[in-house]
Design a protein around this ligand. Structure first.
Ligand code: ASP
Length: 304
């Protein structure tokens, strides 16, 4: 395939349940995805870099209560919101991540600051919140993250004996973005509120480089969503890159390989982009909120 000038893909989690959504709800989701896609595209069309496009998209999704990241995040077992995010630069494999932050409006921005302002890759918990204060990023109270819908979902999950199953059905969330800019640089980012009722300091795949997020200009940029434990076990994001590098699979073939041979049914979804800007978006759940665009005029928005 010819190289595209620029390209961008995003997801809003592999927990979409098209059968349970009304026509109006589907339209609302499509409108949100469309709006966010345009924001990312504008950055790239104006010559902005892929990291800026990824951060712009994820910030918008973090502010959108429909998605499980930032405002609108799910609640853990104790009724708290603990947020994770990761960003990676394909140019030099620079990366930054935060896990279990509780006070930061835009965890993706804090992850980027970990990448640019520290010699570390991953900051967690109190230390990450302290770093946020020192960097003077926008801080919020826990109430900011909470929505009526998430509170209801949490109460219901707590009350139901089959909470885990219920959680799989209703609360797979997370947002992510991959992009290629005019200079040919790839970037990837992922942000999440984790999983409803998660306990004991559980952290999923989203902030783990190589599991939920990865970018390398030689191969691809990847953002995953789904049952984090499966994505960590199979080192999914890096495995896609490795299949491309060592077995010369295309990005679409590499993503398919993961779903065919590694990931169990109903475990989640993946968006990935190769160095030409070619995009793969696949999932093995009922649906995944997703959208893609590029400099050749592609616009794809789907939820099932
Ligand atoms: N992967 C996220 C986690 O395990 C959740 C999700 O994508 O729905 O924390």
């Amino acid at each position: 395939m010819d190289r595209l000038d620029y390209a961008l893909a995003l997801h809003g989690g592999a927990g979409s349940e098209p059968l349970f959504l009304t026509r109006a709800e589907k339209q609302q989701y499509r409108a949100c995805l469309d709006d966010t896609l345009k924001r990312g595209k504008t950055v790239l069309a104006q010559g902005g870099n892929s990291l800026d496009a990824v951060e712009t998209v994820i910030r918008a999704l973090e502010d959108n209560p429909k998605f499980n990241a930032g405002h609108g995040s799910v609640l853990n077992y104790d009724g708290d919101h603990v947020l994770d995010a990761c960003i990676m630069d394909g140019k030099n494999r620079a990366c930054g991540a935060v896990a279990a932050v509780t006070t930061v409006r835009h965890p993706i921005h804090l992850a980027r600051l970990v990448m640019t302002e520290t010699e570390h890759v991953l900051l967690v918990g109190k230390g990450a919140d302290q770093f946020a204060r020192e960097m003077q990023v926008e801080l919020v109270e826990q109430d900011f993250f909470r929505t009526e819908k998430r509170l209801r979902g949490w109460r219901q999950a707590l009350n139901e004996s089959q909470a885990a199953e219920n959680e799989n059905r209703q609360h797979l969330g997370t947002v992510g973005c991959v992009a290629r800019d005019r200079d040919g640089n790839l970037a990837a980012g992922t942000s999440t509120g984790g999983r409803t009722l998660q306990r004991f300091g559980r952290v999923g795949d989203s902030p783990i480089v190589g599991a939920g997020t990865f970018a390398d200009n030689n191969t691809c940029a990847v953002s995953c969503t789904g049952v984090g434990e499966r994505f960590i076990q199979h080192v999914v994001a890096y495995d896609i890159s490795a299949l491309m590098e060592y077995r010369q699979l295309t990005v679409g073939q590499a993503v398919s390989h993961l779903f065919k041979y590694k990931l169990p049914a109903h475990s989640g979804g993946i968006i990935a982009m190769d160095t030409c800007g070619s995009i793969a978006m696949q999932f093995n759940t009922h649906g995944m909120y997703r959208a893609a665009t590029d400099s050749a005029g592609r616009v794809e928005i789907d939820i099932q």
